[in-house]
Design a protein around this ligand. Structure first.
Ligand code: NAD
Length: 504
């Protein structure tokens, strides 16, 4: 079997990334699969980031003149290049982040899907014609390109998040400067190379339309503080969003914030428990609990609690944990040692708060010392308090018992985060209440499925400390454009609005 070190190099070369980009730099990149070093990239500086923004601004001024459907053609070609590179890029995602192979591939499929969506959208950037109160007048609303879009992304979806933003931004007439997570620069370099192939085939793409800047928060901060970046789309923790959101607002820029979640599922007495069990297992343990939409709280009716939780404990005790690229394990590694410590700290706090912890220990035999594999933890809690109200980015599922439906809804909504949620029920009254305005307060509310794993067609994002941003489908594109209202007088008189008279 090829080692992750050799395979990463082969994949990067096959994807067209020059060796100088991933060797010899200051920043070490490790695979969470084994902890081995798989690359060394060179960080940008705030100064080189500022220069990249300057180039991106010039590119925007040229790109906005290209008609929308032609901009869509670039994104269509990008989708073609991604189709051609799917196997290699998907595998690279698995090597850099530790996802199971089908999830690495699924992430690239998501990129392809959003390219298809955005290509169609490029002919549908519709404005409005609005009834006007004045004779011989017309009023309209148009959407114009916004400018440079700064994309700051998290490690756990290292490439899909870029595409949700960039595919829309390009058809909207914007340029993009992307700062990926410092933990996942290699997949970003691969995407840059794939984009360059599409741009070459398109011909005449202005230099600087898409730039990757590498580094940690100080490089992100250069994007956040630059007034030439009217839109900053930032995906990551709530702690990051609090800083980024405030700084962008200080200069009256717009931010699209996609932050932490603390997602719950309610299991009611009418639930199909077999279906619920499978859905809960994927939502809580899939991606080793490192999805923003991972299931973290399970709110179970007392009448089905013992039956469901008993079966869940069996699944938790037996699910295969290990290297998901080399074996058929379904639970891969945590991203790093810091994530492991965060998990252990949360489990200690849960015990202090009266919780009963099943699982959660390091699975030493599954990987070398530098890799952090853990058995997912199921924690029965007497109350929703302590670590339950925070997001811990690891496979911990807190289980709570409820008696009546109002109580379940109050628990579901009783945390600061508002990303995703779900209900397992066949009682239509409970289902409808859950998705009504008095039900789940989250941006996503699913029925008879877990909270994780969204499709690109819907607007993605959440409320409260999740930041309020929406990306991907529906009308999320409007955040990447600026709205303009125009009133046009085609008559020979000058009627003023609201009947105001001002005859000079
Ligand atoms: P993180 O907050 O540590 O980092 C995210 C990105 O923000 C990185 O690129 C980082 O360098 C950058 N950053 C951090 N501080 C910054 C600052 N002050 N200024 C500018 N940039 C800064 O998050 P992570 O550990 O990479 O990812 C996990 C988190 O992301 C979880 O909280 C998860 O829920 C969240 N997430 C949310 C979504 C969503 O769509 N809501 C999607 C994926 C991940």
């Amino acid at each position: 079997m090829t080692s992750p070190v050799a395979e990463t190099r082969e994949l990067l070369e096959a994807l067209g990334v020059p060796a100088s980009r991933f060797s010899g730099g200051n920043r070490i990149v490790r695979t969470p699969l084994t902890g081995e070093i798989i690359g060394r990239v060179q960080d940008d500086t705030p100064e080189s980031t500022t220069a990249a923004i300057g180039k991106a601004h010039a590119a925007f001024e040229a790109w906005r003149k290209v008609p929308g459907p032609q901009r869509g053609e670039l994104v269509r070609l990008l989708g073609e290049e991604l189709r051609a590179a799917k196997t290699e890029l998907g595998r690279l995602v698995s090597l850099e982040v530790g996802k199971i192979v089908s999830e690495g591939l699924g992430e690239v499929q998501e990129m392809i899907d959003i390219c298809d969506f955005a290509t169609g959208l490029s002919r549908q950037l519709y404005g409005l014609t609005i009834a006007t109160e004045r004779g011989d007048h017309r009023m309209m609303e148009q959407w114009h390109p916004a400018g440079v879009v700064g994309v700051i992304s998290a490690f756990n979806f290292p490439v899909a998040v870029w595409s949700w933003n960039a595919a829309l931004a390009f058809v909207c007439g914007d340029s993009v400067v992307w700062k990926p997570s410092e933990k996942t620069p290699l997949t970003a370099l691969a995407v840059e190379a794939i984009f360059d192939k599409a741009a070459k085939r398109f011909g005449g793409v202005p230099d600087g339309l898409m730039t990757v800047v590498l580094g940690a928060r100080e490089v992100g901060a250069a994007l956040v503080d630059d007034a030439r970046v009217p839109v900053v789309s930032a995906t990551g923790s709530t702690a990051m969003g609090r800083i980024v959101g405030e700084r962008v607002a200080r200069r009256f820029g717009k931010s699209i914030l996609e932050l932490g979640g603390n997602n719950a599922s309610i299991v009611t007495p009418s639930a199909d428990l077999d279906l619920a069990l499978r859905a809960i297992a994927f939502a809580a343990m899939g991606t080793a609990g490192q999805r923003c939409t991972s299931l973290r709280r399970l709110i179970v009716h007392e009448s089905v609690y013992d039956a469901l939780v008993g079966k869940l404990r069996q699944v938790y005790a037996t699910i295969k944990v290990g290297n998901p690229v080399a074996t058929d394990a379904l639970v891969g590694p945590l991203i790093d040692g810091q994530a492991y410590e965060g998990m252990q700290k949360a489990l200690d706090e849960a015990k202090k708060a009266g919780g009963t912890v099943h699982g959660g220990a390091r699975v030493a035999e599954a990987g070398p010392a530098e890799a952090y594999y853990v058995r997912p933890a199921l924690v029965e809690m007497p109350e929703q308090k302590g670590p339950v109200v925070h997001e811990t980015f690891a496979p911990i599922l807190y289980v709570l018992k409820y008696g009546d439906f109002d109580e379940a809804l109050a628990l579901q909504n009783g945390v600061p985060q508002g990303l995703s949620s779900s209900i397992f029920a066949t009682d239509m009254r409970e289902v409808e209440r859950f998705v009504s305005g008095q039900g789940s307060d989250c941006g996503i509310a699913n029925v008879n499925m877990g909270p994780s794993g969204a499709e690109i067609g819907g607007a993605f994002g959440g409320e409260k400390e999740t930041g309020g941003g929406r990306e991907s489908g529906s009308d999320a594109w409007k955040a990447y454009m600026r709205r303009q209202t125009s009133a046009i007088n085609y008559g020979r008189t000058l009627p003023l609005a609201q009947g105001v008279k001002f005859d000079v």
